[in-house]
Design a binder for this molecule. Structure first.
Ligand SMILES: Cc1cc2nc3c(=O)[nH]c(=O)nc-3n(C[C@H](O)[C@H](O)[C@H](O)COP(=O)(O)OP(=O)(O)OC[C@H]3O[C@@H](n4cnc5c(N)ncnc54)[C@H](O)[C@@H]3O)c2cc1C
Length: 460
C-alpha cells in the first residue's frame, strides 16, 4: 500500500492503528471458515468520525474496503477478495453510549461484543434476546450485518427485529442515520431492514439503537429422545400448533449426539435417532412450568421414548453444554467440517433430512445434522479432510446438492450466516434473475464504485 495513503490514515486514526506487517495482515486474512486471503492494509478506527474520514481516503484512492467485526463469520464475508483491499476493523468502537431504561433502548457502537451488551443490560433487568452461539466472539455490527440468529429466535426473532436505528458510513464517507427510538416507524423505506443482512456491501454500520425487553425470570428445559427422526420433527409442529412457543426448540441427529457424547461424556442417548432440546421461559414460574409439562406430554404422544426435564440449574446447564459442544465435538471426528445453514418450511424437515442422508451415502462422507428445528433452520455439517483432494471435490459437489435439496422442498440457502463468498455461486438459483437485478440496483445506487466488500454476495 502506498506510503502517502498510510500517512493519511495514520493522521486520522493514530499510531498503532494502521497495520501492514505480514504478520498483522495474516491475522486479518481469515474468518470462521477455511477461506484465506491477505488484505493490503488494516485500519482500526476508534469513532464514527474516524471511520468516515478513513472511507473518504479509500474512496479518493479507489481502495476496496472490507469491514470486519471479530471475523467469526461462516460465509467468508470478512475475508478480503482482492490483495489491494483495506480491512476496516471496528473492534475499537466498543462503547455502550446510552442505556435508556424508560424506553428500553440501548445505543451501542458496532464493535461491542454481543455477550458484553447482554450482560450489561441484564444487570438492570432488561434483555437483548439475539443469541448466536458465537455470542462471546462476535460483534453487534457483525450480527447486524449478517442478521444473526440463534436458538432463541423461534420465540424472540432475529437480530434485525431489535434494530431501531443505525449510524452507517456510506461508500463516499457520508454519515447516514436511520430510524430512532420510536418502536413504530414507517416514515420512508425500511433502511434498518436494508442494512440488516447487507454483509458489509452497502455501508459500514458504526452504531445502533437496539430494542430491549424485560428479562424472562424463569426457564424450564427438557431433552426428548426419539427412535425416529420423523417423530421428532412431527413433535415440533405439534408443539407450535398447540399454541406453545418455546424459547428454544433445537434438534440433534444421532451423529451429532454420538459426537458430543464421545467428546463430553454427558450421558446422552447415543442409540436415539434424534433428540429435541426444548426450553420454555417467561415472567411467571407457574406458566413456564405449565408450558414445559404440556410440551413433555406432546413429546410423549408424538413418539418420544424418554423425556428428561432438568430439575435444577446445574442439570439445565449440562443440557445446554451438550448443545453448545456440537461444533467443537465434530473436530474430534475429522480435521475439517463445512457447516451450512439451510432453512426449510418446518413441515419439510423429515423430507430434507432424508435427502441429506442420501447425499451423505452417495459420497461416503458423514453429514451431521443439528439446528433450530422450530425455525426449520438446519446446520448440516460435512466432515472431511481438506488435505485429501478427492474428498474436497466430493464436498464441493455435496454442498451444491445440499442447496438443491433445500430449494427443492421450498427452503432457502441461509437462515443466519449469510452469503459472503461461499454461497455466492448458488444465489441466482435461489432468488432468480429478477431479484438479483433488483438487488444489484440497490448496490449500484449506494456503492456506485463497488468499493464496499467487492466480490461478495453476487457473482461477477
Ligand atoms: C462457533 C461459531 C458459532 C456460530 N454460531 C452462530 C449462530 O448461532 N448464529 C449466527 O447467526 N451466526 C453464527 N456464527 C457466525 C458468526 O458468528 C456471525 O455471522 C456473526 O454475526 C459475525 O460477527 P463478527 O463480528 O464476527 O463479523 P465478521 O465475521 O467480522 O463479519 C461478518 C460479515 O459482516 C460484515 N460486517 C462486520 N461488521 C460490520 C459492520 N460494522 N458494518 C457492516 N458490515 C459489517 C463483514 O464485512 C462480513 O461480511 C457462528 C460462528 C462460529 C465460528
Amino acid at each position: 500500500m502506498n506510503k502517502t495513503v498510510i500517512n493519511q490514515l495514520l493522521r486520522i486514526v493514530g499510531k498503532g492503528h494502521v497495520l501492514w506487517s505480514p504478520e498483522d495482515l495474516a491475522a486479518y486474512s481469515y474468518d470462521g471458515t477455511f477461506a484465506e486471503f491477505r488484505p493490503g492494509l488494516v485500519v482500526l478506527p476508534g469513532t464514527t468520525a474516524e471511520v468516515s474520514e478513513v472511507v473518504k481516503v479509500a474512496a479518493a484512492e479507489r481502495i476496496p474496503i472490507v469491514t470486519r467485526g471479530m471475523g467469526s463469520g461462516l460465509a467468508a464475508g470478512s475475508v478480503p477478495a482482492q490483495s489491494d483491499s483495506m480491512v476496516v476493523c471496528l473492534t475499537r468502537l466498543n462503547r455502550i453510549l446510552e442505556l435508556d431504561l424508560e424506553n428500553a433502548v440501548v445505543h451501542a457502537e458496532a464493535g461491542v461484543v454481543t455477550a458484553d451488551l447482554q450482560a450489561e443490560v441484564e444487570k438492570v433487568g432488561l434483555f437483548y434476546p439475539p443469541d448466536p452461539s458465537s455470542i462471546r466472539h462476535s460483534t453487534l455490527g457483525g450480527n447486524i450485518a449478517c442478521n444473526a440468529g440463534g436458538p432463541r429466535c423461534l420465540k424472540y426473532g432475529v437480530t434485525g427485529d431489535y434494530v431501531l436505528g443505525l449510524t452507517v458510513v456510506l461508500a463516499d464517507g457520508q454519515v447516514l442515520k436511520t430510524g430512532g427510538k420510536p418502536i413504530k416507524d414507517v416514515t420512508g423505506y425500511d433502511l434498518n431492514g436494508l442494512f440488516a443482512g447487507s454483509e458489509g456491501t452497502l455501508g459500514i454500520i458504526t452504531e445502533s439503537l437496539l430494542r430491549l425487553i424485560a428479562r424472562p425470570r424463569f426457564a424450564r428445559t427438557l431433552l426428548a429422545e426419539y427412535d425416529s427422526l420423523a417423530n421428532a420433527s412431527q413433535t415440533v409442529n405439534a408443539i407450535l400448533t398447540a399454541g406453545i412457543v418455546p424459547a428454544t426448540l433445537e434438534i440433534m441427529d444421532q451423529t451429532a449426539i454420538v459426537c458430543i457424547e464421545e467428546a463430553m461424556h454427558l450421558g446422552l442417548p447415543v442409540d436415539a435417532e434424534a433428540s429435541l432440546l426444548i426450553e420454555t421461559d417467561g415472567a411467571d414460574a407457574e406458566t413456564v412450568q405449565r408450558e414445559i409439562d404440556a410440551v413433555a406430554l406432546i413429546c410423549r404422544s408424538n413418539g418420544a421414548r424418554a423425556v428428561k426435564a432438568a430439575n435444577d440449574e446445574a442439570e439445565r446447564a449440562s443440557l445446554w453444554k451438550a448443545r453448545r459442544s456440537i461444533s467443537p465435538s465434530l473436530a474430534r471426528k475429522a480435521p475439517n467440517k463445512l457447516g451450512e445453514d439451510i432453512t426449510v418450511p418446518r413441515s419439510a424437515i423429515p423430507e430434507v433430512v432424508m435427502r441429506l442422508r442420501a447425499i451423505s451415502e452417495k459420497y461416503g462422507l458423514p453429514i451431521v445434522i443439528f439446528g433450530h428445528a422450530g425455525d426449520g433452520n438446519l446446520h448440516p455439517n460435512i466432515l472431511f479432510d481438506k488435505r485429501d483432494a478427492k474428498q474436497w471435490h466430493k464436498v464441493e459437489a455435496m454442498v451444491s446438492e445440499i442447496f438443491a435439496a433445500s430449494l427443492a422442498v421450498g427452503g432457502t440457502l441461509s437462515g443466519e450466516h449469510g452469503i459472503g463468498v461461499l454461497k455466492r455461486p448458488y444465489l441466482e438459483r435461489a432468488l432468480g434473475p429478477l431479484s438479483i437485478a433488483v438487488q444489484r440496483g440497490i448496490k449500484q445506487s449506494l456503492d456506485p464504485g463497488n468499493l464496499l466488500n467487492p466480490g461478495k454476495m453476487f457473482e461477477g
